[in-house]
Design a protein around this ligand. Structure first.
Ligand code: SF4
Length: 397
């Protein structure tokens, strides 16, 4: 939206604004509550208010009940943001094809959405209600965004989407993710590409070409492949499109063919139907797969999703299971990171850290905290001094 409104002036203090826009998230119930609270606070300024993002897309009625006078724009209608801001229309929840890829930078990192929406229909997911269709951005527009980010000094390009491996299915699959990665990787400059989250079933449909691009020199040996549960019955209840054996097969093939590959996953603890045995299966999968990083989340019931209408697991049980899963995750991740202690590694310094430190990434995207004030965007050699479950600490040599 900021890209489309680039000729307008942005201010950070609502007091200075003619119009206030809030971009919302609805992924969890707690988040929704925070969003509603913030919308109520912003109403008090008495200015024109625009509520954008997934809460507007998935639950427009909820937004209207908090701020009836607000204009609403959903995440798949952002092409209409000028009309919304100018007051030509009051509500835009769905759009047609995505046309321009946003230009977004966070420090030295260029964030390049390649598609929004997905080809799945998971029963727990509210994102699907906000982003109903898969909308791949045109390749030329992605390349233009990548060039823009590089011209602004980006050293890392993150290709993002709800399911990057679904890229192009809405265009008849003539261009898929590996071709996008290859064309971005061919651009001039010294930078690394991080390929974003993808579903196992779509990854498996392009696995040979995906392996080829993961081997490219300027692509991080990193893949984010959410499994969500280690139990086939729960996967069925979630409406995920793979079995645990298939998931293991995909990861096994990727790890066998891409040296140093770091596989990150997402797991939901306490989805309806998760028996003790099913939860044990998730713990076993974690031990088996030894994920370096897991985005663990307690299942959060979201309105209008199918999972919300299933018999629920009590909160106490969900929390106990979460504690067990988190402890196991910490132990496994720490043991993986311990293997790096005392080793030399090359890093690309990409972000400022806390208290006078910078953060670099190994070739497989593990964060390394380096003390001191170092220039970002450069490649350095470092020795790893210490490991925690979350990151590594090292010094430059
Ligand atoms: S693939 Fe991801 S975004 Fe799509 S419905 Fe499933 S969880 Fe939601």
């Amino acid at each position: 939206m900021k890209t489309l409104l680039k000729d307008r002036e942005f201010v950070n203090d609502p007091k200075d604004a003619d119009l206030i826009m809030i971009n919302t998230c609805a992924v969890r119930l707690e988040t929704e509550e925070r969003m509603k609270k913030r919308i109520s606070e912003l109403r008090k300024y008495g200015k024109k208010l625009v509520v954008a993002g997934c809460l507007s897309g998935a639950e427009p009625g909820t937004v209207m009940s908090v701020a009836p006078e607000a204009s609403l724009i959903g995440p798949q209608a952002i092409e209409k943001v000028r009309d919304i801001v100018d007051g030509n229309i009051k509500t835009a929840l769905n759009g047609e094809r995505a046309s321009i890829t946003p230009h977004m930078m966070e420090g030295k990192i260029g964030i390049i959405p390649i598609a929004d929406g997905c080809a799945g229909n998971c029963n727990f997911c509210i994102t699907k209600l906000a982003r109903r269709k898969l909308r791949s951005y045109p390749l030329r527009s992605i390349i233009e965004s990548a060039k823009f980010a590089l011209s602004k000094g980006a050293v890392e390009l993150e290709l993002t989407g709800q399911d990057t491996a679904a890229y192009g299915l809405d265009y008849g699959a003539s261009i898929r993710l590996p071709e996008v990665v290859r064309q971005v990787a061919d651009l001039e400059g010294d930078f690394m590409i991080r390929i974003g989250m993808m579903t196992p079933e779509q990854a498996s449909s392009i696995i040979d070409e995906l392996i080829d691009v993961l081997k490219l020199k300027n692509v991080y040996k990193f893949i984010h492949l959410p499994v969500q549960s280690g139990d086939d019955e729960v996967l069925k209840l979630m409406n995920r499109k793979y079995t645990i054996d298939q998931y293991k097969g995909i990861v096994g093939e990727l790890r066998a063919k891409v040296p140093f590959l770091n596989v990150t996953t997402d797991i939901i603890v306490g989805h309806p139907g998760e028996t003790e045995e099913a939860f044990e299966n998730t713990l076993s999968l974690m031990k088996d797969m030894r994920f370096e990083r897991i985005h663990l989340a307690i299942y959060s019931m979201r309105s209008n999703t199918r999972s919300a209408s299933m018999p629920q697991i009590p909160d106490k049980v969900k929390k106990q299971r979460m504690n067990m899963a988190y402890k196991l995750y910490e132990d496994i991740s720490l043991s993986i990171h311990k293997e790096y202690e005392g080793k030399l590694t090359s890093l690309l310094l990409t972000e400022n850290g806390r208290q006078g430190s910078v953060i670099g990434r190994t070739v497989n995207y593990i964060p390394v905290v380096v003390r001191g004030d170092h220039e970002l965007g450069v490649r350095v050699s470092a020795k790893i001094d210490e490991a925690s479950f979350f990151d590594l600490k090292g010094h430059l040599i």
